[in-house]
Design a protein around this ligand. Structure first.
Ligand code: C2O
Length: 548
């Protein structure tokens, strides 16, 4: 196994998008940031220096961080932010993960432009469980704002309103052909004729679930979230923010130019969203283009599902299986039920309705899990407080079951729109076998929520619509070959059931990866204690760990 050393400098960089130059925050002046390429078993050492004017941290999305929770990165959860002028070196080892992950800032909305791919190839000498691709290309789907995204979120927080939607979607940082002033920078995706090519698709958008497709080509899904899947073929994939999907595409079409395209899956009825389409151009490299003016010919445009095509999303999501029988915990020590959803809070008396409560009917938007709106601490990280036994930072009374039973997906009375803000965790004993039913709600509006758990992969053993019914829905559990993921798309007005073994000590955030919902409180934290002996205990904090 190798050790890879990298330097990340977070800095302000001018980039031209949608006809204007904007100063954005980047890593090393690159947007998207550098692609990290490693093999399973390797160690990464990344020194991050913050030369920007915002606090920053970097999260290695999907990396298990076994016993290295101090390197996970969410601000005020596993570390205090790296202040402007400061630095921190993240050290961690890839253990048993192969495929595509990514890294991103985990501080306010900085990740809008601070993100990049993290590619994990098989251990040297090992091979892919599928035809070795001739070429591979990471495709990071993103969102672009003409305004500074940090200002967009600040304004939304101030007013309690829904933030402005993005001005464009991007593929590898470029909006592409269909947007003003963007044509000549459209990303080219080379593929080889008659060969197998691998596309590593990552949804790094802040707030939007996205469909992705390629004109005239079939996509064979072989992995997701750095776990292999039983291959299946489709024409369109859907990714929630945080999710990755590896697809094989064979160069079996006439050598012309084809668009790869992404646009919104917008599951919340009536909510505003950016209804534009980003494109890259798939170009056949090894076969000369037949037509004379091939290189300048208009690429073939694929058809994408309608923005609200939930049946396509459901069919896609239900196609995922592990490649073989897996070890799903069958005995459960912790049987948890968490509601996930949006709400509206009444305008507090001392607030000015017109200025600070601009949600529907003079309210403020909120979100919660089990009616608890998560609030980050501001002067210490939860992990530090947990490990050092510092009181007063968080409580451990996060409700294991929701405070009220009601028709989660029905029309709910206004009194239930009042989640309580707080910093609550739920303790897990080392090694406990955990099941969480994630129940989407229709308080204010239903929406598909991509729920991400730090520090773990989990099996998604079932999903469905309506209210989870413990009497009948357990019959739908797949305990044989369910997919292993780090982000589960909880169906709109539906539920998903996940299982994992709590074998990684630390403080692990679980949250909706639509970042607007994190700020509103759609998060909680699992506190996993140490097991017996050193190998079951978290390592001591690095000496340069940023403190507050
Ligand atoms: Cu990809 Cu908490 O993050």
């Amino acid at each position: 196994a190798k050790t890879h050393q990298h330097e990340f400098v977070i800095q302000t960089t001018p980039v031209k998008r949608l006809c204007k130059t904007h100063n954005i925050i980047t890593v090393n002046g690159q947007y998207p940031g550098p692609t990290l390429e490693v093999n399973n078993g390797d160690t990464l050492i990344v020194k991050v220096t913050n030369k920007a004017r915002y606090n920053a941290t970097i999260h290695w999305h999907g990396i298990r961080q076994m016993r290295t929770g101090w390197a996970d990165g969410p601000e005020f959860v596993t570390q205090c932010p790296i202040r402007p002028g400061g630095s921190y070196t993240y050290r961690f080892t890839i253990q048993g993960q192969e495929g595509t992950l990514w890294w991103h800032a985990h501080s306010s909305w900085l990740r809008a432009t601070v993100y990049g791919a993290l590619i994990i190839r098989p251990k040297e000498g090992d091979s892919y469980p599928f035809t070795k691709p001739k070429r591979e290309t990471p495709l990071l789907l993103g969102e672009w704002w003409n305004a500074n995204p940090m200002d967009v979120v600040r304004e939304a927080t101030r007013t309690g309103a829904s933030p402005n939607v993005s001005d464009a979607y991007t593929i590898n940082g470029q909006p592409g052909d269909l947007y003003n002033c963007s044509s000549k920078d459209t990303v080219i995706v080379p593929i080889d004729s008659g060969e197998t090519n691998l596309l590593r698709v990552i949804n790094s958008a802040l707030n939007q679930e996205l469909f992705f497709t390629v004109a005239n080509h079939k996509l064979t899904v072989v992995g997701a979230d750095a776990s292999y899947t039983k291959p299946f073929t489709t024409t369109v994939i859907m990714l929630g923010p945080g999710q990755t999907t590896d697809v094989l595409i064979s160069g079996d079409q006439p050598p012309a130019r084809y668009y790869a395209a992404a646009r919104a899956y917008a599951s919340a009825p009536g909510a505003p969203f950016d209804n534009t389409t980003t494109t890259a151009i798939l170009e056949y490299k090894s076969a000369p283009c037949a037509a004379k003016n091939c290189a300048s010919s208009k690429p073939v445009m694929p058809s994408l599902p309608a923005f609200n095509d939930t049946p396509t999303v459901t069919a896609f999501s239900k196609s995922f299986r592990s490649p073989r029988k897996v070890e799903v915990p069958t005995v459960i020590d912790e049987n948890l039920f968490f509601t996930v959803g949006l709400g509206l809070n009444k305008c507090p008396k001392h607030f000015n309705k017109a200025r600070r409560c601009q949600g529907p009917n003079g309210t403020r938007f909120t979100a919660s899990m089990n009616n608890e709106s998560f609030v980050l601490p501001s002067n210490i990280s939860i992990l530090q407080a947990y490990e050092q036994g510092i009181p007063g930072v968080f409580t451990t009374d996060f409700p294991a079951n929701p405070p009220r039973k009601f028709d989660y997906t029905g029309n709910v009375s206004r009194s239930l729109w009042q989640p309580v803000p707080g910093t609550k965790g739920y303790k897990l004993k080392y090694g406990s076998r955990v099941q969480v039913v994630l129940q989407g709600t229709n308080i204010f509006t239903p929406e598909n929520h991509p729920i991400h758990l730090h520090g773990y992969d989990f099996y998604i053993i079932a999903e469905g619509f309506g209210n989870f019914n413990p009497k009948t829905d357990t019959a739908k559990f797949n305990l044989v070959d369910p997919p292993l993921r780090n982000t589960a798309a909880v169906p709109v007005n539906g539920w998903a059931v996940i299982r994992f073994v709590a074998d990684n000590p630390g403080a692990w955030l679980m949250h909706c990866h639509l970042d607007v919902h994190i700020g509103w409180g759609l998060a909680m934290v699992f506190l996993v204690d140490n097991g017996v002996g050193e190998l079951q205990s978290i390592e001591p904090p690095p000496v340069d760990l940023p403190l507050c």
